[in-house]
Design a binder for this molecule. Sequence first.
Ligand code: GDP
Length: 140
Amino acid sequence: MAVERTLSIIKPDATRRNLTGKINACLEDAGLRIVAQKRILLTRERAEGFYAVHKERPFFDDLCDFMSSGPVVVQVLEGGDAIARNRQVMGATNPEEADEGTIRKRFAENIEANSVHGSDSPENAAFEIAYFFDDGEIVG
Ligand code: GDP
């Protein structure tokens, strides 16, 4: 089992409902270590840059509006198979399809306001971590 790092975001619907600690506990209980973390407000432009791979999708504008609508907590998670493990603890994109006990099943409001983001591949994890953090800000 390779030790990996992945980028996680606690989204505005969750920070608004004061769920940062509960979500962090889910991540830590799943064996992931939070090795970097900061609470920031994304500008619309920074949200667009982060989600550039989705710019042709019909929900791109709504998604960028939502992600810049309130504070987010960006984090680097570290652990064995961290990318897949985080995707598992997050649950399916649509909370109605998410497994019991996952973060999205427990906390998401709908398919867009679904409480958390997690990188879906090693390539995307590397891009997304570098999008928010310098090497010196990550302390393993
Ligand atoms: P993820 O990897 O599970 O986050 O899902 P995607 O990469 O497919 O989509 C990125 C984000 O776009 C999701 O987490 C949602 O916030 C949002 N999203 C995905 N599908 C839809 C949709 O059909 N409608 C809307 N409004 N937002 C969506």
